[in-house]
Ligand binder design. Sequence first.
Ligand code: GUN
Length: 279
Amino acid sequence: MAVILDGKKLREKVLSQLKLKLDKFDSKPALVVILAGENPASKIYVNNKKKTAENLGINSIVINYPSNVSEKELLTKIEELNNDKNITAILVQLPLPEHISKENVINAISPQKDVDGFTPYNFGRLFSGEEPLVYPCTPKGVLIMLDEYGIKLEGKHVVVIGRSNIVGRPLAQMLLNRNATVTICHSKTENLAKITKTADIVISAVGKNIIEGEMLKSGCVVIDVGIFKDESGKTRGDVDFESVSQVASHISPVPGGVGPMTIASLMLNTVELFEKNSL
Ligand code: GUN
C-alpha cells in the first residue's frame, strides 16, 4: 500500500512557519484577487484563498465582476492596482469569461506583483532557466510536496500529463531545472500507457479519470493534480486511487493532496513579493 502524500498536513506546516515570519513584519502584504464571472469552482477557490490569507494576517481583497465585464474595465483596474503602493500581489482567477483575452489581462499585471508567475517576464525567465520573481503556485506546491517526502528528482524520468500554462508547461520546466528527465504528454499523445510505464514519477493534470494501476511501473510516485466532480457530484482526481495505490510507492489523494499545496504556495509567493518589493 502506497504512502499517502498528505497535502493538508503539509499546508499547515508551511503556513505555520510562514505565520511566524509574518508576525515579525511591521506591515502586512496585501493580495488582490480578481474574479470575473460566476464559475462555481473559481468561487470556491477564491473563497479558500481569502480565508487562508486572513488567517495568516495577509490583507486579502477580492474584486468581483459580472461575467459581462469588459476587458477594458479589467485592464483599467489592473493598472490602478499596479500603481497602488499598498498592494503587494495581484491574482486574476482563471478561466476568464470567453470574450476577454486572457493574454491581454495577464500581460497587464506588473511582474513585481504577478503572484502566479504568469506574466511574460516571469514565464520567460522560468523557461530560459533563470529565476522568476516567483514560481507558479501549483507546480511550486507539487515540488514542495515531493521534497518534503524525500522524493529525488535528479536523473529520474518524470512524465507530466497536461500542457496548460497553469500546471503542465511551468512544472515541466521546473523539473528540468532540477535535473529530472521530463516527458510531457497530452490529449493527443499516442499510447500513453507505454510512456507512463517507464516513469519513476507520474504527474497528471488533465481533469479526467485517466490513470489506472496497470499503466504504471511498480514503486513509482503518482501526483494527482486533476480535480473535478463526477456524474454523482463526488470530487475526483485523474487517478484511480484504488488500483494505483496497490502499485505506487507514493500517491497524492484528491481531495487533500495538491489542492492545499497550491494555496500554501500562493501565500508563500505573496510574502516573497512583499519582501522583494520592500528592498
Ligand atoms: N485557476 C486554476 N488554477 C489557477 C491558478 O493557479 N491561478 C489562477 N490565477 N487561476 C487559476
